[in-house]
Write a protein that binds this ligand. Sequence first.
Ligand SMILES: Cc1cc2nc3c(=O)[nH]c(=O)nc-3n(C[C@H](O)[C@H](O)[C@H](O)COP(=O)(O)OP(=O)(O)OC[C@H]3O[C@@H](n4cnc5c(N)ncnc54)[C@H](O)[C@@H]3O)c2cc1C
Length: 246
Amino acid sequence: MAANPKTLRILASHPEGSSARALEIETIDGSPLAPTAGKYIIVNTGVVVGEKAIKRAYSLLPVPGVPHRARLLVKRLGGPGSEVMHAAPVGTELSFSGPWGKLIAPGHDAPVSDGADAPRTLVVATDTGITTALGIALHASTLSTCRVLEVLWLRSEDETFLDVDSVEARIEQAGVRFVHAAVLPASDPNRVHTAWSHVDARVAELGAELVIASGDGAIIHPLRTRWALPEVRIECYFHNPEKKSA
Ligand SMILES: Cc1cc2nc3c(=O)[nH]c(=O)nc-3n(C[C@H](O)[C@H](O)[C@H](O)COP(=O)(O)OP(=O)(O)OC[C@H]3O[C@@H](n4cnc5c(N)ncnc54)[C@H](O)[C@@H]3O)c2cc1C
């Protein structure tokens, strides 16, 4: 387990699309962030509201060959966390904890047992949850033992976070198939039904044995009880029904 808290430094940044900022970060003490697949850090933004320190989770994307560096992709949402992550100049140091996360496909962190096949894995991402999918797909490309078959990105037509073409290029370059489908905006209570129908279709076609899902908790949280799959692993970025203020 990583020692916490630690400090990161922002090394470089650039805008992506109309609402995202890409940040390259490194740990000050040189401690590793890799392997980053499906993992995230919790950044202390330094903002205090009332008496509460504002801490937010951001998913890690690998910087190949440099374990103590990683990339973050942050969507500006108007809240205190993403505002700081967009405004912080290069050189800023922020404390963080992690890496955390349980969205590691078998074969990612260690080879599956001799003779055993890794499960046929479908990665489902909604909205900004695509950052987890990117981390998993980029890492999968370096391994021969995992079977991430496809990333399914469910995004609303008005989504401004990363464009489909750039995400598709990065995921397919990693050797993982990419499919995207339109869903209603996150504020629409009816979006879950179309989202589930897309997931159902991909699970059936791929014969998926494991679903790894990130993003809107209203869509992905119920996946754990929706199919008789051996395992569904989730990370709710927002609308987490297990949190009081989701
Ligand atoms: C494990 C994990 C990994 C995450 N990884 C990333 C990441 O890689 N990139 C990233 O940009 N964000 C990521 N998030 C979301 C991030 O932690 C913050 O919630 C987000 O930046 C909003 O923080 P805020 O303080 O700006 O807004 P808040 O004041 O916390 O939220 C403002 C409003 O936006 C809603 N909201 C929060 N996140 C989203 C979203 N993604 N889409 C639509 N509405 C949302 C909230 O429900 C709330 O109503 C992750 C969250 C988790 C739990």
